[in-house]
Write a protein that binds this ligand. Sequence first.
Ligand code: CA
Length: 236
Amino acid sequence: MTNRTPKKILIVEDEPDIAQLVKLYLEKDGFRASVAKSGVEALTVIKSGIPDLLILDLMLPEIDGIEVCKRLRNAPDTALLPIIMLTAKSEESDTIIGLELGADDYVTKPFSPKALIARVKALFRRLERTDDQKHSSFSFGPLLLDPARHEITVKGKEVSLTAKEFGLLEHLMRHPGRVLTRDVLLNAVWGYDYYGTTRTVDVHVRRLKMKIPLLNDAIISIKSLGYKLSDQPPAS
Ligand code: CA
């Protein structure tokens, strides 16, 4: 990785020892790290400046990590903010909820700071790879989407989609494995001044699944939140 501006990481953790240790290791590795001691504080800090990545403890006073994650995913500005969740072994069922609600990865306590830093770097690498593809076409198993030519093919056969269906699928394919809320999808595809409801998104997802059957399993519905495209495409 070439050294540009150091990446900003916000650690949300109410246990000061852990927070300081993680901060120290991140700074040793060239990151700029700061700490928020509660979910409320984190949301305030993020409002005044969005970090490049969030390390988010699950168990926090007042509002917990899951709620913080949910709120961030629901706001267009932070819908794609990379999040690594810190959890304890006994909270494994919550961990699954956290991942469903849009955390990108999680680390179980007790953890070694080095292992956490490795996960941070791996997540940045993963996101940079997706960034590189921004202007080219996207593939998902046998499905190929070419934004420039506005064309979708499955095993080489063209599929005809409406503009909105295309936009919705394009948005999902640009962010595989990431939970996108209905509001975020609505804003991205229909625009902020659209008067429809989030039900519109559901209807279009259903149509996409009808036209492209392989999307039936691939577009995963996240209860009360939105959708994500599986990060494991079917074999071509
Ligand atoms: Ca905690």
